[in-house]
Write a protein that binds this ligand. Structure first.
Ligand code: FPP
Length: 246
């Protein structure tokens, strides 16, 4: 008999897919083999997210810092991304999943960016679920870009500096309509955010699992949901068992 669903189910899970390189090295394989295996985990996790009713999945696929990796690895990752898109586009449509990209898109190879833009446009009609790929993404870069927009609008007289509040910043981030993540999962044992969604994760629950990303599967996804269901989110307020204030 199936176990009952953990509740509540997070609306948005963001994942730092770490450990591909270590997974490959442990098997005497080149790092790119680890990334290839990681792309299979992406497929598994998207299926699991669908099964459990998680509407938004955001994946940290390539950071602004990742450009400093050896050219052969960077090229391999870009190739893998294109292969992934080709192999999974029909599944995005079948499952009515909207693809979104967030990051400094102008850094991406032009053909890759065009392909991403084409699929984004073709899936923009879907509202059931969204897959957000962070590509050439950095949290500080994103916040700095929002600050630049605000400064430009203020300098042009279109924005009153006194009106700059949290909503003003949030509305100038890459994908302002995507709700903040409820849960951030990082695989392979690290406990860092590594410049991931710095603004959006202000109140996200953080979960570090020792499982390497290429080994991460539906059971691990469910374990993460179960852990989330045990967390008490207070958003800076008080929980029901806080006791008297004075
Ligand atoms: C971090 O592991 C992972 C990456 C920098 C790339 C993530 C890419 C994928 C999972 C594959 C492609 C993704 C999509 C969406 C098709 P690492 O290389 O830093 O691992 P290590 O810390 O063990 O070296």
């Amino acid at each position: 008999m199936e176990k009952p669903l953990p509740t509540p189910i997070p609306r948005h899970i963001a994942i730092i897919m770490d450990g591909n390189g270590r997974w490959a090295r442990a098997r005497g394989l080149p790092r790119l083999k680890g990334h290839e295996a990681g792309a299979e985990s992406v497929r598994r996790v998207l299926r699991a997210a669908r099964k459990y009713g998680v509407k938004y999945v955001t994946l940290y696929a390539f950071s602004v810092e990742n450009w400093s990796r050896p050219a052969i690895e960077v090229r391999g990752l870009m190739r893998l991304l294109r292969t992934f898109l080709k192999a999974n586009e029909s599944e995005l449509h079948e499952n009515r999943t909207r693809l979104r990209v967030m990051g400094r898109r102008s850094d991406l190879p032009a053909a890759t960016d065009r392909e991403l833009a084409r699929i984004e446009a073709a899936t923009a009609c879907y509202d059931e679920r969204q897959l957000v790929l962070c590509l050439s993404y950095g949290g500080r870069t994103e916040i700095a870009a929002a600050a630049r927009k605000i400064a430009e609008e203020a300098a042009a007289g279109a924005l009153d500096p006194a009106a700059v509040d949290e909503a003003a910043v949030a509305s100038r981030l890459y994908l302002p309509d995507v709700p903040d993540p409820d849960l951030v999962v990082r695989t392979s044992g690290e406990r860092r955010l590594s410049n991931f969604l710095l603004w959006q994760c202000a109140y996200a629950e953080f979960l570090s699992t020792s499982v390497a990303w290429p080994d991460f599967g539906e059971d691990d996804f469910r374990t993460a949901l179960e852990e989330f269901s045990r967390r008490h989110r207070r958003f800076g307020g008080l929980g029901p068992d806080a006791g008297p204030s004075a």
